[in-house]
Design a protein around this ligand. Structure first.
Ligand code: AMP
Length: 362
């Protein structure tokens, strides 16, 4: 840990002003810190931050201003240019570390790193042309998920081959943008789980209970805690999380997504060096949520308890679903959260709700 935590009244810079930046800003305010947000145009975080720099993430003047005004900088989005973080790191502490960011930005580097730490992933191959797609599919029995190596999220930049595509329909390298790709073997998973890990500047680690996640069209729909996986799987997920945050010399909150296979194998799908949608439930079911935990880590405060007081189901409110918020808010077990976005669009995350119930088990 730094000798003394940043004193209240200090300023936290956040690159990215979406809902994650907004929720980080709100958590920071509760601990006495003001946030300055770098984001081009209007954004959810602008309504709650003390200062907003209206510029692109790679704007040199804006970055100089951010470094000048902020005592520490963090980010809410893994597609922030690595050069931005490297440039800032020279003049202000930036957490999570650049290594975690660069690793998570390239699915190939990410999978290699995970495997190097001794943790399994889907089998994968780098793809740089149509012939590579055909070769990879052959190797994976015709079933695979082709993904852009960079800039993919919420299922964007992906193509699923389910075993019956004729050869001409696999020649889609150009359709995928002509950019470097990765083919992953298709994992016929029993379920998907994730774990939200936090690591402090002193190396202290705190782990939340794993959540079971359901996706549709690549977007998270629902997270359920407890996740219902065997306790041995939960233990493996915790061990993997510890190995990963230590290997990255990580500071802050990190989301790790896993596939659980039918024969109880645990494979990492991806890591996100930031607060994570599958951890939003912590806001309602834990005294210290993932947003506060991240702020604590980056300002040098001790990490808080990850104890969960309730069972819960978090559901995203996507697009027009946000219109149901007033009705949902009438339910006694519902904790609602609106991101303040002015316009609902298809696939746009507008808010979420966490339904609480009495904690089961011990
Ligand atoms: P990703 O953007 O990599 O997190 O993928 C989004 C979702 O697509 C995942 O949460 C899974 O539901 C599905 N998916 C991704 N990769 C694979 C894979 N190799 N095998 C099966 N399903 C996958």
């Amino acid at each position: 840990m730094t000798d003394t935590p940043l004193s209240p009244g200090s300023t936290i810079g956040i690159i990215g002003g979406g809902q994650l930046g907004r929720m980080l800003t709100m958590a920071a305010a509760r601990l006495g810190y003001g946030c300055i947000v770098l984001e081009k145009g209007g954004c959810p975080a602008r309504d709650v931050c003390v200062d907003h720099i209206d510029a692109a993430y790679d704007d040199a003047d804006a970055l100089a201003m951010l470094a000048e005004k902020a005592d520490v900088v963090t980010y809410e989005f893994e597609n922030v240019p690595i050069e931005t973080v490297e440039r800032l790191t020279g003049s202000v502490p930036v957490y999570p570390p650049a290594k975690a960011l660069s690793c998570s930005q390239d699915r190939l580097a990410e999978k290699r790193f995970i495997n190097e730490t001794g943790i399994g992933t889907a089998p994968f191959l780098a793809v740089n042309n149509d012939a590579d797609i055909a070769d990879a599919l052959k190797q994976f029995g015709g079933k695979g998920v082709l993904k852009t190596r960079r800039m993919g999220y919420d299922g964007k930049g992906q193509h699923v081959f389910n075993g019956d595509a004729p050869a001409e329909e696999t020649a889609i390298f150009d359709e995928m943008g002509g950019v470097p790709l990765i083919m992953e073997g298709f994992i016929d998973f029993a379920c998907e789980i994730s774990i939200i890990a936090a690591r402090g500047q002193d190396g202290q680690i705190a782990l939340y209970d794993p959540a079971r996640n359901e996706h549709s069209e690549g977007i998270l729909r629902r997270s359920t805690v407890p996740c219902g996986a065997a306790s041995s799987i939960e233990a493996k997920a915790r061990d993997a999380a510890r190995l990963i945050v230590d290997a990255l010399d990580y500071v802050g909150v990190l989301g790790i997504e896993f596939f659980v296979t039918g024969n109880d194998e645990l494979l990492v799908n991806e890591i996100a060096p930031r607060v994570h949608n599958s951890g939003h439930w912590t806001e309602a079911a834990c005294a210290i949520n993932q947003f506060e935990q991240h702020i604590r880590a980056i300002v040098g405060l001790p990490l808080g308890s990850t104890a969960r007081h309730s069972d819960c189901v978090m559901e995203n409110l996507i697009g027009d679903e946000i219109a149901a918020l007033p009705a949902i808010a009438q339910k006694a077990d519902a904790v609602v959260h609106h991101y303040g976005k002015r316009q609902a669009r298809p696939r746009r995350k507008m808010g979420h709700v966490t339904y609480l119930s009495a904690r089961s088990g011990s």
